[in-house]
Design a protein. Structure first.
Length: 282
């Protein structure tokens, strides 16, 4: 396991927001993640909510914009927020597009060169990162849930569905629910996974929801009706809802929120609901 370097520490609601850096063996590059440790960590082990951010984001977006720390401090929940992709890997084209490469790792395991050597955000999030967090004082990694936004909502859903029982609950804001059938997903999957669409299916939450056979999984999804990406058919929440309805082991509550868009104003409005939802399972 790589050693952690503490980059910064800031007091917040009686706890601390900390940014860490480490050399990732999974991604073969240096990675950062942010975390909020509630005050309860000083006296007891607290459960974890893993947050996965969306396209172009870093480890900073959620921890600085969502306003989650107040309720997380009340509930005694540790927040852990990784970056959205490997960085600085010197891969040709990694910084060309905002929706592929840097800042757009899509939380999968790339099989195509030159991406396969670095782009395995799925294993990083589900294994290496959780191992690092487990070693921290005041953290109970046996109680962990997962959430995310947009590309990160896709990641949260896929990580939960592909790891039955690992995550106690799952939630998402405006997730990419059916990436095999939307432009963002088609671009990312063809680049990272190749042109064989059969291989794409294992990274599509709507398809995984139909075949999931693990412990009962509760999922909360919020989607704004004024989200322009909803209109552009990038998100397709109805596909997830319809798929989950065929599987008694996946309970999806889809809430369409009138007038809300894709921004962090939307997330900040409903993040308390999500934290209280997860606290029931943690």
């Amino acid at each position: 396991m790589s050693s952690l370097k503490e980059c910064s520490r800031t007091s917040c609601f009686g706890g601390s927001v900390v940014v860490f850096e480490h050399a990732s063996s999974t991604l073969s590059c240096d990675m950062k993640f942010s975390a909020f440790f509630p005050p309860q960590c000083a006296a007891e082990k607290c459960p974890v909510l893993l947050w996965l951010s969306g396209l172009t984001c870093t480890e900073q977006n959620f921890i600085t914009k969502a306003g989650a720390q107040r309720v997380a401090a009340e509930l005694g929940i540790v927040l852990v927020c990784p970056d959205t992709s490997p960085r600085g890997c010197n891969i040709e084209g990694e910084d060309t597009d905002w929706d592929f490469g840097t800042g757009a790792g899509f939380y999968l395991t790339a099989t195509q060169e030159p991406w396969a050597a670095h782009y395995d955000m799925f294993s990083y999030v589900c294994c290496e990162l959780l191992d690092l967090v487990q070693a921290m004082p005041g953290v109970d990694i046996s109680r962990v849930s997962i959430s995310g936004h947009s590309m990160g909502g896709h990641g949260a859903l896929v990580c939960a569905l592909k790891n039955p029982g690992k995550f106690k609950s799952c939630s998402a804001f405006a997730p990419i629910c059916n990436p095999t059938a939307c432009p963002w997903g088609e671009k990312a999957f063809s680049g990272y996974l190749g042109e064989d669409r059969e291989t794409w299916k294992q990274w599509d939450a709507s398809l995984l929801s139909r075949t999931y056979s693990g412990p009962a999984l509760a999922v909360l999804v919020d989607q704004g009706t004024a989200d322009t990406f909803l209109d552009k058919k990038q998100l397709l929440p109805e596909a997830l809802s319809e798929a989950a309805a065929t599987n008694d082991s996946v309970a999806v509550e889809l809430r369409m929120q009138p007038g809300y868009d894709h921004s962090y104003y939307f997330i900040a409005t409903f993040i308390e609901d999500h934290l209280r939802f997860h606290s029931k399972y943690l």
